[in-house]
Ligand binder design. Structure first.
Ligand code: IMP
Length: 198
């Protein structure tokens, strides 16, 4: 595993909320952050078939385009009875970011299936300008319910109950979600395996 020794990092996203969340998390380890949006880097096509593959494409493109190390993520919901769908297409199942439609589509496709299990998965990729990449994956297993419950969170949160809970991700606080979430687990691996405290 290559350790991250530089003092600056490009966050390969055009989503400012995501960039802020990531830089807040990594502040203890890295001095200066840039974003793909601020550097005007083009968004590459996500042509891989896995979360890790797509995170790597985004991180490598940003590292090569900027000449600095870059971090990218890719995440989504994988439903067992739907052979892992919507998976890497999780955002695309929501026309105009309407996740009520995406959640209803998951429920419609599940039909009467007895298996309601699903997992949220988050892949992180850190790439250097020489093309070297390290990847980290976090996962939380759980079950889907219908109808949706709760007002917090985003995306598919209102239909997902993480293992060991009775409430959906939309019914618990962000702090409670962070204790188990796929994203928190992926970042914990990145920090533990690749970063060192300043
Ligand atoms: P992206 O990785 O930012 O492209 O996000 C992919 C999509 O996965 C999001 O738009 C959400 O639909 C879904 N997703 C990823 N993480 C979560 C989560 O923690 N809760 C609910 N939906 C999620």
């Amino acid at each position: 595993m290559r350790k991250f020794k530089e003092n600056k990092l490009v966050i390969a996203t055009h989503n400012s909320g995501k960039a802020r969340e990531i830089s807040d998390l990594l502040k203890p380890y890295i001095e200066k952050f840039h974003t793909a949006a601020e550097l005007d880097l083009p968004e590459p096509e996500e042509t891989a078939r896995t979360f890790t593959g797509n995170a790597s494409i985004k991180a490598v493109a940003a590292a090569k385009g900027s000449g600095m190390p870059a971090l990218a993520d890719d995440s989504g919901l994988a439903v067992t009875a739907l052979n892992g769908e919507p998976g890497i297409f999780s955002a695309r199942w929501a026309p105009n970011k309407d996740f009520n439609i995406a959640m209803a589509e998951v429920n419609r496709r599940l039909g009467k299936s007895a298996d309601r299990s699903a997992a949220f998965i988050c892949a992180l990729a850190i790439a250097w300008p020489d093309g070297h990449v390290e990847t980290f994956e976090g996962r939380i297993d759980g079950n889907l319910i219908w109808p949706p419950r709760g007002e917090k969170g985003f995306g598919y949160d209102p239909i997902f109950i993480p293992e060991g809970e009775t409430r959906t991700y939309a019914e618990i606080t962000p702090e409670e979600k962070s204790a188990t979430s796929h994203r928190a687990r992926a970042f914990a691996k990145l920090v533990e395996q690749c970063l060192t405290q300043k």
